[in-house]
Design a protein around this ligand. Sequence first.
Ligand SMILES: [Zn+2]
Length: 412
Amino acid sequence: MTNSVRTFAELWRELEPLGRDPGSGGYRRYSWTPADAQCRAWFTRHAEDLGLAVEPDNNGNLWAWWVPENQRRAGAIVTGSHLDSVPDGGAYDGPLGVASALAAVKELKDKGFYPERPVVLAVFTEEEGARFRVSCLGSRLMTGAIQPDAARALSGEDGVTLATAMSAAGFDPGGLGPREDLLEGIGAFIELHVEQGRALAPLGAALGVAESIWPHGRWRLDFTGRADHAGTARFADRNDPMLPYASTVLAARRLAAERGALATFGKVIAEPGGVNGVAAKVTAWLDARAADDEVLGKTLTMIRSAAEIAAGEHGVTLAVSRESYTPLVRFDENLRNRIAGVLAAAGMKAPVLPTGAGHDAAILAARVPTAMLFVRNPTGVSHSPAEHADLADCEAGVRALALVLENLAGSR
Ligand SMILES: [Zn+2]
């Protein structure tokens, strides 16, 4: 690895192998692991090569500042995304926004642009919640949407708490907490992200601008029954938690579909996990999303009652707890119109789209004017090793982001 600042394609080539599992081809870039540290080092090195001052904040997010001479850190135009992944995730979700931000700043520096207000690149930690089960943890901590004590105690499958994992990575978890000063210094936040879903391809557009983010949440369902022998326990005598779990999966799909919502069980743990035994307990996680909070609330109530009925039929107890919830987010209309104007003036087609995916931008939108740019995903597949964006579209994204930063940071 050399130290010279690169084109998007070169930045990308360097980042691509980090944290990729050779077996699945998917990424396992979990927060505060060696793979995460490699990704952070990649960002830090390239941001510093661009002359930016890289500063990790108290919550583990990274900020790279391009501050005009004699200027205060006020009205900053911030762009960035995240570098962590879901288990066996794709290459683009998150990193595309970070690599594009670096490449856009390089483009601006190459053309001799000088900002009138700070341009800042941000990398948010634990966006996917893959390790500690709360999505957008870095931006939630920064905005005060989660309490520091609650965050420190979060743990994943390995039982390691966030506090322990951060300490092991050489980072002090004692300082977690809101950063009003940082938030007050932000004039706008723009997150560029690979499209999740397939709306742009049929429109023949390489780029899109976000309108809103569907409300979404995660719920944990604990079905507790009684362990028994698969060969000797009669059906009538069993309290098998797998059965109400199975009916709940099917009910969730049907109830969500009836309301135009989405409901997904993507993770389940059966304990003790013997092939020749009735499970004692099944823990499952439900991800649900809908066009508005009311539809989502209704869908959840229906799924929950279907689960309770099924549990009752099998003498199984059910506990449901909400692990996270993000209400409907509408992005700043003025900022969106300004971005649309910049792109239209450059002859770039960028239709306005809603999305069902959560992002740090959704958390920040509650506090600062926020916008999102999407880069076309030709198959629509995301959270999978098959996730893809064409290089030409990624380069169009970099160009669009550079134009937007130039407009927002360069004129009054
Ligand atoms: Zn993402």
